[in-house]
Design a protein. Sequence first.
Length: 318
Amino acid sequence: MSINKKIILCFIALVVVGTVSLTLLHRSPKYQEQQQAQNAQTVHSQDTKLPYDYLNNVIAQSGAACSVYYHSLENDDVFYNYSGKMPAGDLARLYVAAGVLRQVEDGDLSLDEVYTIREKDRKPASPVLGKVPAGSRVTIRNLLEDMVLQNDTTALYKLIWIAGREDLNQWLSKEGYADTEIGTTQLPQGENSQDTLAPGEKRRLSYTSVNDTVNLLTRLYQGKAVSQKQDAYLMELLRKQPDRNLLGALLPKKVKIAGVQSDQNQQLGAAGIVYAKEKYVLVVMMDKAVRPEESRKTINQLSSIIFNTVNDKEVFKK
């Protein structure tokens, strides 16, 4: 056999082996799992005026697992990337507040109902209730306002204890917040039967998604989350929420934002209704932020890009 024929046969063999290998690779469970993960990150959007490529580049440089959802409250414009379940951090406060107000609306609780702050109720990051002596009496209204306006962790877990974590989660599931669960991380342990976890139950984080959070904020704005009365009360609290260093950092100070934010080291989140030329909901969640300061700047930049686009201002694509 001539050398040329041998070379041709070797080339054909290499092509066949390569084709078979590539086919087997594409059919492998690991490859399919990677493709599913990649598809989950694909941006879904309608034909809005938002600069998609620019936003995607900013998201890609966030240094974290980043999920973004924009929804106009005045038309059907949306923009979102991955919207799966992520650690909720302080965004869980929004769901706890809505769940408590549901029980108030149903007559199971009253905003003027009084509870005692026990020593075991105290949690870190409690700027209000961390300063009051054990035995102090507070109302559910006090707890809601401390939780929403001051990010008071003691108020958060006291409200979860009062309303019942299982009852809150059942309501969330019933309302269609499929990615959201109130966890058990800082609930009191074993000091009385009301504080004890179920047998074999492990302590876990709270979870939610940008999709669920956009839906809840949209319903609150429309008066369809709990009731018009309770939604209006919660919206008033959210508008008074003073923290603006994530969604509001690069926006004009006169622009109102009704929302909450979470800044827990590698877990960051910001959710709010922005009262721009066209009102919209924006939720950004980040996990595994190895460079938290850079990730905070990413949230600032995303918010600024969307705000300027909605207000018909030029977006400089540096």
